[in-house]
Design a protein around this ligand. Structure first.
Ligand code: ADP
Length: 374
């Protein structure tokens, strides 16, 4: 759009409204708290509301009838200008589709403002005849997110100390260091240790989520023998499967190309998927883990014949804190964080996660990962 000739200013709009409708629109435009800027087909600003002017620190005459991409400066967090083709408004013009993205705008006073931008092209006979951009100041949201993740991070670290004390003293009791325990007392110590373990896992999950959301999760690439790693994880889950009399089988190749990935993150992904399969399958069910090598990826699949996921819940399954309604009524404990984290970690490892499921028949979760992490 930037190479097109300048428009004749104050052209009559292609769409004309009765006067009172125009007044309604005007009132709507100026009362919306988000910044709104409209452009014509050449990318020249035809309208701007007060919120946009306040957010950017401009007066109307500074930007009206000026080229949008020249006057409204989009930058990276470090202040470096965004390439023209990366600007949402340019993308909307090129593709003819709405787009919504986070970016930073440089205000007139030079300050950088985090914003969420939504641009919709105005299409007429399949051609863009203008665009409307809405943008919202994200400063408070970013500050709140940071406060929240600092809080989770501090609280989680603080919980570790008393938990390790509970763990240590319970093990001492179990080991008979305060006298021989009766069978019910031993059983209670096992329950306490099981809860300590679950709390430690929850703390790990929360810390990983705050790290990944803050962009601070580093991936340490190394050569990994994924087949051996997966076998070890499966073995760790055997007691849990045994306790529910679940037929827990696997088909993991003895030979597999060496992968370049992060074994700790891989472990977390696999453990989450396998533990869910065991958790959401009733007693005496079946869970099957398999691993296949494709050309330059590996595919992990975990198939169970458990409760399955209801149709209405499917699109939310990777959302933070989401738990499907069939599960909450079946009273299986959980937080709804595992799959959210699994998806984020899988994507950090360059892979994808998805599933197929039928309620009351079972689910199969798939994780595809590249052999080499770029
Ligand atoms: P949690 O297990 O702590 O609830 P997850 O994020 O791991 O959290 O899973 C989110 C939801 O997805 C679960 O609450 C459950 O409703 C559904 N789910 C995940 N795995 C399965 C599975 N194998 N079978 C049926 N439902 C599942």
């Amino acid at each position: 759009m930037s190479n097109l000739p300048a428009p004749k200013p104050k052209r009559k709009s292609m769409l004309s409204f009765p006067r009172h409708e125009a007044a309604h629109l005007e009132a709507l435009f100026s009362s919306i708290g988000e910044g709104i800027i409209a452009t014509d087909e050449h990318g020249f600003i035809t309208r701007v509301n007060q919120a946009a002017l306040d957010l950017l620190g401009y007066r109307q005459r500074d930007i009206l009838h000026k080229r949008f991409t020249e006057k409204i400066i989009a930058v990276h967090e470090n202040g470096r200008p965004l390439d023209l083709l990366d600007r949402p408004i340019v993308k909307a013009f090129i593709t003819g589709h709405s787009t919504s993205e986070r970016a930073y705008y440089r205000r007139k006073d030079g300050q950088v403002l985090p914003v969420l931008i939504t641009v919709s092209p105005i299409m007429f006979r399949r051609k863009p005849i203008g665009a409307i951009e809405l943008f919202r100041d994200l400063t408070n949201e970013i500050e709140n997110d940071k406060l929240q993740s600092d809080f989770i991070s501090i609280a989680s670290h603080q919980l570790r100390t008393p938990l390790s004390a509970i763990n240590m003293y319970t093990r001492m009791l179990q080991g008979g260091m305060a006298g021989k325990l009766s069978e019910p007392q031993l059983e209670y110590t096992r329950i306490v240790l099981g809860s300590v373990e679950r709390m430690n896992e929850l703390i790990d999950t929360l810390l990983n989520i705050t790290r990944i959301e803050a962009g601070g999760l580093s991936v340490r690439t190394e050569f990994v023998r994924f087949n051996l790693l997966l076998r070890a994880i499966v073995e760790e889950f055997e007691p849990a499967a045994h306790a529910k009399r679940i037929a827990f089988t696997h088909d993991i190749p003895a030979e597999l190309s060496e992968m370049q990935s992060d074994s700790l993150l891989l472990r977390e992904v696999c453990a989450n998927i396998i533990s869910n399969a065991l958790k959401y399958t009733p007693e005496q069910g079946t869970v099957h883990v398999s691993l296949e090598q494709r050309s330059n990826t590996v595919l992990l699949s975990v198939k169970d014949n458990g409760y399955g996921i209801p149709e209405t819940a499917r699109k939310h399954i990777f959302t933070k804190f989401f738990r499907a309604p069939n599960i909450t009524t079946d009273d299986v404990s959980g937080t709804g964080l595992g799959l959210y984290l699994t998806k984020a970690l899988t994507e950090r490892l360059g892979g994808e996660v998805w599933f197929e499921s039928t309620e009351n028949a079972g689910s199969t979760f798939y994780v595809s990962l590249p052999l080499t992490l770029r």
